[in-house]
Structures are given as structure tokens and as C-alpha cells.
Write a protein that binds this ligand. Structure first.
Ligand SMILES: Cc1ncc(COP(=O)(O)O)c(C=O)c1O
Length: 387
């Protein structure tokens, strides 16, 4: 399959149309071997030495993702955190980085604690305001601007092109956690980013049965060389079966994401003026702060993630939110996102003390179930929580 001839949805559905050379199977096998035969003269002309360095089961997933992200190359990692932290570890102690105030909390904690101890200086800013990024970058000292858009769990939108321009003007690189947007909706590399990251645990795999992470680079660079070395040397590699499952998951990426987007927009619209809801946070709503930027940089939908702030009696929104999540039947009360099943989560409980997330907020990951069923289930749970 020549990827230039087909649309991304076709490329994903056939995982680039790879055929197993030995058996002619249209699904590639899983390669479990941890080591490879040396040539008699002690060379490795196969190009593969040991499974921490190379695994043929990575090739297809990495190649598919590189095409979907319109990048130069991709790497699979053992988790989204392993992928993201590899980018920061490729910097040098003493370097300055700029990151969003609202972002995936575990990575924010890692930056504020482990990375700070290791010698990185991170400033957390409101990335929905390009002037705030401009004020935070220190020309010559800032090495990386980390972007997450839409950002967990308030779905703040960053103008990727504007943020990348500010980063580059200051001599810094720009990386985008595009987990929620997915390559279906946004291509950060085409907007100027140097690296795009995914928690592949979420939409790329899409079935809540693999923990994985990915990075894709716009070009071969010194940073990319260091990232590749980090994967081999620190060893945050994905298992071959998980890589195979990820390839299979990506085959249905487009229909899954499109269905989730359509459903999320309908759910957001339904609850936007609801008497038991204080606020619906969803980039697809015209009233949402980042809607105009999201409309410009997200194509074909605004994602499957939204949050609702529950209006409790006498201001007891937290209690009402927890009670709502306790009463859903179809929405599953669990963390994570991007799977075919819809999940509901009281986010402040999982993030713990110090979280910037409002206590009345429920994060919703919309799956591919019937939209009417999802709305009805949430309606009855809100009603039960009121009584
Ligand atoms: C936006 C985002 N980035 C990164 C991660 C980390 O991914 P993982 O759990 O695979 O390490 C998550 C996980 O929830 C996430 O939602």
C-alpha cells in the first residue's frame, strides 16, 4: 500500500496493508523472541540484536502511526508516562521547561517532583493564553515547551501553532501530548510541533486492554537520537503482544473516534442547560473558552472527552457528583479514557490534595455505545443523586 494514495482512515483500517512475507497472512505475527542469530563472522546483518533494542512486532504500529501523524519516525514505549518522561530525560539537568497548569496530573507531579530533583526547572502556565507562554519562555535557557490539548480534565485548548512559534523563537523545542485529540482530529507536527506523544493506552489502542505510549518525531534530530537511546538503555519497552494488540486497535481508530466525537457533542449539548448541571466543559460547545481555536485546529470533531460540574443542593456539588457516579449503570466508574466503553470518574478524588480540579467535576470518556442510552443513564443517575 502506498500511503500517498489513500486517506488516513484507509491506511489505519489496513494497518498499511502489510502482508506477512513468509505465510502471506494479512495479519502480521507476534514476534516473541528476545534475541537474534549472529552471522558466522559475528555481524548482525539482519539489523536486530536483542529485544530491548529491536522487536519486529513494533514495526507495523510505529509505521502506521508515523503515517497518521505525518512524521518521520515513531517509537513505542511501555506506557504513556514512559514515552513522555523519555522526552524530558533527553534534556540536560539545569534546562528550563514550560508546561501547562492544567495537564495530565501524573506527568505534572513527575515534573514538579522527580524531574525537579533531577535538575529540570519547570514553570506551569495557562497555555490557553499565548501571552502567558511568551512571558514564561526564557530565550537560550528554555529547551522545551510541553503542550497538552485538549488538556485533562478541563479540556483547555492550546493554540499549537502559536505555542510552537513562541517556543522556536526562544530556541526551544515543542512537544504535544495529543492523546485526547488523536491523529484523527489533529496533526501537531503539521502545526509546527517537533514531537507528538500519545498515551496509546487510550484512543490508539481503544479497548482498555493495553498500557502503551508513543512518540513521533517531525525529523531526525539530536533530541530524537537521545530519546531512542533512552528507550534502549532505560528499557521502557512495550511487550510484543501489546504492540500487536496496539496495531489491531489502530485499525478501528477512525470509526471509534468519529463515533465518540458525535456522541460527546450530543451529550454535551443535552446537558449544557440542564438544571442539575453547573457547567459542561467540552471544546465543541460554542460557549467553551477555547472553542474558536479548537475549531481551527481540530478537524472532524472535538474529541470524546468532556466534563460536567454537578450542581448539588445548597452548593454540595461534590457530594452530588460522587453520588451521580455511584448511580450510573452503563457508564463505568473507572479511571482512564479512550476505550469503547464509556467511563465516569470523580477526578478530584483520584488526583488528591492540591488538585486544581473542582470537587464537583465528573470526567466523562464517551465510548461507542448508543448515545440515547448514555444520556438516559446519566439523567437517571443525576436524578437519584438529587434525592
Ligand atoms: C493525556 C494523558 N497523557 C498521558 C497519560 C499517561 O499514560 P499512561 O497511563 O499510559 O502512562 C495519560 C493517562 O491517563 C493521559 O490521559
Amino acid at each position: 500500500m502506498n500511503p500517498n494514495n489513500f486517506k488516513p482512515a484507509s491506511i489505519a483500517a489496513q494497518a498499511l496493508g502489510w502482508i506477512d512475507g513468509r505465510t502471506k497472512a494479512i495479519v502480521e505475527p507476534v514476534h516473541m523472541s528476545t534475541t537474534y542469530i549472529r552471522d558466522p563472522d559475528n555481524q548482525f546483518r539482519s539489523g536486530r540484536v536483542y529485544a530491548r533494542d529491536h522487536n519486529p512486532s513494533y514495526d507495523q504500529a510505529e509505521a502506521v502511526l508515523t503515517v497518521l501523524e505525518r512524521g518521520h519516525a515513531s517509537l513505542l514505549f511501555a506506557s504513556g508516562m514512559a514515552a513522555a518522561t523519555a522526552v524530558f530525560q533527553a534534556l540536560t539537568p539545569g534546562d528550563h521547561v514550560v508546561a501547562p497548569k492544567i495537564m495530565y496530573w501524573s506527568l505534572r507531579n513527575w515534573l514538579a517532583n522527580f524531574a525537579a530533583h533531577w535538575g529540570l526547572h519547570a514553570d506551569f502556565v495557562d497555555m490557553s493564553d499565548p501571552d502567558a507562554i511568551r512571558r514564561a519562555v526564557q530565550p537560550g535557557r528554555t529547551r522545551l515547551v510541553w503542550i497538552e490539548t485538549p488538556a485533562n480534565p478541563m479540556w483547555n485548548i492550546t493554540d499549537i501553532a502559536a505555542a510552537c512559534e513562541i517556543a522556536h523563537a526562544a530556541g526551544a523545542l515543542a512537544a504535544v501530548d495529543s492523546t485526547v485529540a488523536t491523529p484523527v482530529l489533529t496533526q501537531p507536527l503539521a502545526l509546527g510541533a517537533d514531537i507528538v506523544m500519545h498515551a496509546a493506552t487510550k484512543y490508539l489502542n481503544g479497548h482498555s486492554d493495553v498500557v502503551a505510549g508513543t512518540l513521533t518525531t517531525r525529523e531526525e534530530s539530536a533530541l530524537w537520537q537521545r530519546i531512542k537511546a533512552i528507550r534502549v538503555e532505560i528499557g521502557g519497552i512495550l511487550g510484543p503482544f501489546e504492540a500487536w494488540l496496539l496495531t489491531r486497535g489502530m485499525r478501528t481508530l477512525y470509526p471509534r473516534v468519529r463515533t465518540a466525537c458525535t456522541s460527546a457533542l450530543a451529550i454535551a449539548g443535552h446537558f449544557a442547560q440542564h438544571p442539575l448541571i453547573e457547567e459542561v466543559l467540552y471544546p465543541g460547545l460554542p460557549s467553551f473558552k477555547g472553542h474558536a481555536v479548537a475549531s481551527a485546529q481540530m478537524h472532524g470533531g472535538f474529541g470524546g472527552m468532556l466534563s460536567i460540574r454537578v450542581r448539588g443542593a445548597n452548593g454540595a456539588g461534590e457530594h452530588a457528583a460522587i453520588a451521580t457516579a455511584a448511580n450510573t449503570a452503563l457508564w463505568k466508574r473507572a479511571t482512564s479514557l479512550g476505550g469503547v466503553e464509556s467511563l465516569i470518574e470523580h477526578r478530584a478524588s483520584i488526583e488528591g490534595p492540591g488538585t486544581p480540579v473542582p470537587a464537583d467535576l465528573l470526567r466523562l470518556s464517551v465510548g461507542i455505545e448508543d448515545t440515547g442510552d448514555l444520556i438516559d443513564d446519566l439523567e437517571q443517575a443525576l436524578e437519584q443523586a438529587r434525592t
